[in-house]
Design a protein around this ligand. Structure first.
Ligand code: OGA
Ligand code: NI
Length: 373
């Protein structure tokens, strides 16, 4: 199970040891990077994942050579036909893949490179400064948090990743003064670009659902976003752990930025399909909220990041959350329902959704809890 040999002999003792190890790791406030910096050659037990999880890998991979759709946003600026084609591509990718790569999205390559460089700078800065941001309060009203394994004490196994999170989901706002000075401007730049792009994507997705272009915006799907800036240190035993365990996103949709190291995979047709890095491209994926309100027309797909002997790998995810403390209700969009397509999910408040999403194990999609029957 946990790779701890004492486990089968004396469960209680092991549990105690594990909790102690978790606390010790947490107390360093140096994350996984701190372990690598200290020169570990074998990974601590808390990071060892079940063999069957990692060995899902050894099935014949990419037998069908699945390649994620690449969508060219430049078509949006052209006249009718290419735009229609673009909307169709987004519909197809969102319905069949839940993921696509976006090129010519208008964010220049140098801006993207700067953002990734900023992620690196935050995590590699003076550790005494970085520690001040360390906390266990993501998914609360704290706007800026650095941590490693937000679910460290509740998950079965830890993973090889540190994260800086910026969260407006509960306060509805961001005080720029709270951002770490070393990356403040770059984060503000990232947010500005993401919010602009998110609005364009929401329009296209609304059209892809056969709804008016403002439909999803009126549902406030781009309200109260949050963003994460991940740092995946090189791993001395990548075959024993994972960078990000498989999960679906809680968002309506997510805009992901990855560097060229690779390791991101999505689960389709019972196989792990690589999301190959394309310089300057963004990866867009549908989250559980959009799957639920589209009554499963768009799909929220499991994805993960492999641990890598090469590192660091840098990435950023921008979640269009719609999450707020307001008692706003969501449910399947009425226009998409019919006798043949009855609602699959019940109505729920955003608060109810968030509470559930962050209390369940990561590998279990958040939407199941809200299914009717
Ligand atoms: C996420 C995520 C993937 C990556 O943060 O939800 O899936 O490439 N990240 O870091
Ligand atoms: Ni994700």
């Amino acid at each position: 199970m946990s790779g701890n040999s004492v486990m089968s002999i004396n469960g209680t003792q092991t549990k105690y040891d594990r909790e102690k190890e978790l606390r010790e790791f947490d107390n360093t406030k140096r994350g996984v990077k701190g372990l690598v910096d200290s020169g570990v050659k074998t990974i601590p037990k808390i990071f060892i994942r079940p063999l069957e999880e990692i060995s899902e890998d050894s099935k014949p991979q990419n037998v069908n050579k699945l390649v994620l759709p690449i969508i060219d946003l430049a078509k949006i600026h052209t006249n009718n036909n290419p735009r229609r084609e673009l909307v169709e591509q987004i519909e197809n990718a969102s319905a069949k893949w839940g993921f696509f790569q976006l090129i010519n999205h208008g964010i220049p390559l140098n801006v993207i490179e700067k953002m990734l460089e900023m992620v690196k700078m935050f995590h590699e800065q003076d550790v005494e400064v970085k520690m001040k941001y360390y906390g266990r309060d993501v998914h609360t009203n704290k706007q800026v948090v650095y941590d490693s394994n937000f679910d460290l004490f509740t998950s079965k196994n830890a993973y090889w990743r540190d994260t800086l999170s910026v969260n407006t989901a509960f306060t509805g706002q961001l005080d720029p003064e709270l951002l770490p000075p070393i990356c403040r401007d770059a984060i503000l730049d990232h947010i500005k670009h993401m919010v602009q792009l998110g609005s364009v994507l929401l329009e296209l997705m609304s059209e892809a659902l056969g709804l008016g272009p403002d439909y999803l915006k009126e549902l406030e799907c781009d309200k109260n976003w949050s963003s994460v800036y991940h740092y995946y240190p090189s791993c001395p035993q990548p075959e024993l752990t994972i960078g990000t365990p498989k999960h679906t996103d809680s968002s309506f949709f997510t805009v992901l930025l990855q560097d060229q190291v690779g390791g991101l995979q999505i689960r389709l047709d019972d196989q792990w399909v690589d999301v190959h890095p394309i310089p300057g491209a963004l990866v867009i994926n549908i989250g559980d909220l959009l799957q639920m309100i589209t009554n499963d027309k768009f799909i929220s797909v499991l994805h993960r990041v492999k641990a890598n002997p090469v590192g660091p790998r840098l990435s950023s995810a921008f979640f269009f959350a719609g999450l707020s403390s307001k008692p706003k209700k969501y449910g399947p969009i009425t226009e998409l329902l019919s006798e043949e397509n009855p609602p699959i999910y019940r109505e729920f408040t955003v608060g109810e959704y968030v509470t559930h999403f962050f209390s369940k194990p990561q590998d279990e999609p958040g939407r199941n809890h809200f299914m009717l029957n």
